[in-house]
Design a protein around this ligand. Structure first.
Ligand code: SF4
Length: 282
């Protein structure tokens, strides 16, 4: 069993201006820094460990989480200021770009829930909530209250639980995540599945599973979505990891073509988006 380190820390700001890969969003919101899903064997592809947010931390990525204890007050103030200046109605927010907003500790701390309460009081144009965690189901009431301002994005990298177990064993199962997506869609929340990054899969079967679970799907790859044209994923040893697990041939440019074709054929072109253009379709 690995040990995790949790820490409470005050933050000076809630919303961070975005650009680059998330250029369609004005701000990102990370209720936590660090991520407990990323333990050894968890998300070996996670390049957030290479970003400034992880610099200065001596413990390995995946073993620490910093909870931004005053996030709700800061956010309330920042949203009120945007509202006062007349900019809130056009504001787009991505939650979260450098962590998962539904860490296990969110069950008790409820920082993400408090942020959603603030968004309900101060509605923006669009809030995209991205997670791999079924804990998001707890906040169905607040997310439905946001109506068509909210997009729920559930990350599911493969349809094959053997692949998930081999590459990111501490992530929730494929079926459990599909169940979460189906639940939000059933309640009328615009739901997307982010196949990000795409892991080895069975294209037709994957397309069939997604068809009733999501309004749209975004396919992303190590080479298009790691912010460095695959260099970060290569440096993280994904090619070697795939080779050790018997998935040679999947870590290469163009490996997503078969899946894209199967998705487009099953879901229709308009429900299948690709990489940055897909994430920024807000
Ligand atoms: S859940 Fe997301 S942020 Fe956390 S380790 Fe995995 S990829 Fe990184």
């Amino acid at each position: 069993m690995s040990s995790k380190r949790y820490q409470l820390k005050e933050t000076t700001r809630a919303l961070t201006r975005t650009g680059g890969f998330l250029r369609g969003f004005a701000f990102s919101l990370n209720p936590y820094a660090g991520c407990a899903f990323g333990d050894a064997g968890g998300c070996p592809f996670c390049y957030v460990r290479m970003l400034p947010v992880a610099h200065g931390e001596k413990s390995p990525w995946g073993s620490w989480v910093i909870a931004k204890s005053n996030l709700a007050e800061r956010l309330e103030r920042e949203l009120a200021a945007l509202e006062h200046s007349g900019r809130l109605a056009g504001t787009t927010i991505f939650m979260s770009s450098a962590t998962d907003p539904y860490q296990g500790i969110e069950r008790s701390l409820k920082l993400t829930r408090a942020a959603l309460e603030a968004f309900v009081r101060h509605p923006m144009r669009r809030l995209l909530i991205q997670t791999r965690s079924p804990i998001i189901e707890r906040d169905l009431d607040l997310i439905t209250a946001l109506g068509n301002r909210a997009i729920v994005s559930i990350t599911i990298e493969t349809d094959d639980d053997n692949v998930r177990r081999a590459i990111s064993p501490t992530s929730p199962s494929v079926e459990r995540r599909l169940k979460t997506a189906r639940m939000f869609r059933k309640h009328g929340v615009f739901t997307q599945i982010a196949i990000a990054p795409m892991m080895p899969n069975h294209p037709e079967r994957f397309a069939c599973l997604i068809d009733d679970a999501a309004d749209r799907v975004i396919v992303d790859t190590y080479f298009d979505g790691d912010g460095a044209r695959g260099a970060r994923s290569t440096a993280l040893g994904i090619g070697e990891l795939y080779a050790r697990r018997g998935y040679e041939g999947w870590f290469r440019r163009g490996a997503e073509r078969e899946l894209l074709a199967a998705m487009r054929s099953r879901l229709g072109e308009h429900r299948v988006l690709f990489s940055g253009a897909g994430f920024n379709a807000v």
